[in-house]
Design a protein around this ligand. Structure first.
Ligand code: SAH
Length: 411
């Protein structure tokens, strides 16, 4: 593949009639409730929910007709009342490095809702395939270096909308028992899964959407369905300290902290949430994260900003602060976006910084930016979409139809 590719049309046409409610993404209780609503008796609803669970989350069914162990009459009753639709894929972009980014539109919630849009990114690596999932539409945190923070929050994603991101990735990668792998998708040679890891590092602050994230993680890790171990799911937070121990107890994923600064004055400007929960509170909460051990470490993310947080004394202070916490440190080269005042640290400086952290006994990988050509890298999500919107408005004003909007993503 020599250049990024882009779909020029949405994968599903936008239905004109009010769409039937999709069962995709619902948790077990939600499925049972839907079946009761459709008129099934309690006992039968329970049994059918179990069957549907298998078809939806184990087999990836997209049609009730596939569900051969469900009677024909019930299959057609289900098809009348519900769908197995996924969110609409507005665009799919494939980077030259194999990273894939999907812009997804959630079903409209009413006459005034165009359908919220979020982005989701798949990053294939030699030993794993990581799906970066969004938890909110936009973000309220306004971290100074993050592009998502310049866009206003629209709303929390529902649990089903978080799960649907994984469903779509597996659809597009052909990762279901009966699916064929599409061209360009390389299955891992060790027989491992294409989506082997999930990071809640897309748009939004997952701990501000606690209940839905919790339910989504339950669904994605359920052994009779999507079956992705919680140890392969990482929740990243900008530092909502009081929720961190609870997240450990109730959600039980791996934890990542967006630290980015070692002094409160600087962190107050980079991550304004720090004014509410300063570094000490945040690290105390990390100490209290259940199940920490050398095999189960907290990841600290540290974005490398030239002449802002990248001095060698910052590196030493970082090591001092993290003493006693089983940790690894991800150094993220800053991904610039239009209008930002920050620059990425020089490569040699990142290496010197990394050496100090490494010599103190911490793994300190420098994260290679992935998918920069399709604006899929950290902190770049949604920006493209916003630009497209602006361009679409111009086009509409000049009489170019809606189709032009999607074609424009190919640039
Ligand atoms: N709100 C959560 C989840 C988002 S994770 C959190 O803050 O952890 C997204 C990660 O990308 C965070 O570590 C964030 O700080 C980092 N990031 C944001 N903008 C970035 C940019 N322009 N370059 C590099 N990393 C960035």
């Amino acid at each position: 593949m020599s250049e990024a590719t882009t779909l020029d049309r949405p994968v599903q046409a936008h239905a004109a009639a009010p769409a039937k409610r999709s069962l995709v993404g619902l948790d077990r209780a939600g499925l049972r409730a839907a079946l009761l609503e459709a008129g099934l008796a309690e006992r039968e609803a329970k049994m059918r929910a179990q069957q549907l669970w298998h078809w939806i989350y184990w087999r990836g069914a997209t049609d009730f007709g596939q569900m051969t162990n469900v009677g024909k009459a019930l299959r057609s009753a289900l098809a009348d009342a519900f769908s197995l639709d996924r969110p609409t894929i507005v665009s799919e972009q494939i980077s030259i490095d194999g990273t894939r980014k999907w812009l997804l539109r959630m079903p409209s919630k009413g006459p005034h809702d165009r359908g919220a849009e979020v982005e989701c990114v798949y990053i294939p690596e030699a030993d794993r395939g990581t799906l970066c999932v969004s938890s909110q539409v936009g973000c309220t945190l306004t971290c100074a270096f993050c592009h998502t923070g310049t866009q206003k929050l629209v709303r929390n994603l529902e649990a089903s909308e978080i799960v649907a991101q994984m469903m779509i990735a597996r659809d597009r990668l052909g990762e279901w028992p009966d699916a064929a792998q599409p061209e360009g998708v390389v299955a891992p040679t060790d027989g491992g899964r294409l989506v082997s890891n999930i990071v809640l590092m897309g748009m939004g602050e997952p701990l501000y959407n606690f209940d839905n994230v919790k339910t989504a993680v339950e669904t994605m890790s359920d052994g009779e369905g999507l079956a992705l171990s919680r140890r392969r799911i990482t929740l990243s937070t900008a530092g909502v300290a009081p929720m961190i121990p609870r997240a450990g107890e109730e959600i039980g994923t791996m934890l990542a902290i967006s630290l980015h600064a070692v002094r409160d004055d600087l962190r107050n400007t980079l991550v304004p949430l720090n004014r509410k929960y300063p570094i000490k509170d945040l690290l105390d909460a990390c100490h209290a994260y259940p199940g920490l051990s050398n095999a189960r470490r907290i990841t600290f993310e540290y974005v490398m900003l030239k002449d802002v947080n990248d001095s060698l004394s910052d590196a030493k202070e970082l090591v001092r602060l993290l003493k006693g916490i089983p940790a690894k440190i991800n150094l993220i080269p800053f991904n610039p976006w239009p209008g930002t005042k920050y620059e990425c640290s020089d490569w040699e400086q990142i290496e010197r910084f990394s050496d100090i952290v490494f010599n103190a006994g911490y793994a300190s990988p420098i994260r290679t930016p992935r998918g920069r050509d399709i604006l899929a890298a950290c902190g770049q999500l949604k920006s493209e979409t916003e630009k497209l919107r602006a361009r679409a408005r111009l086009m509409l004003e000049s009489g170019v139809g809606e189709a032009g909007v999607y074609a424009a993503t190919a640039e």
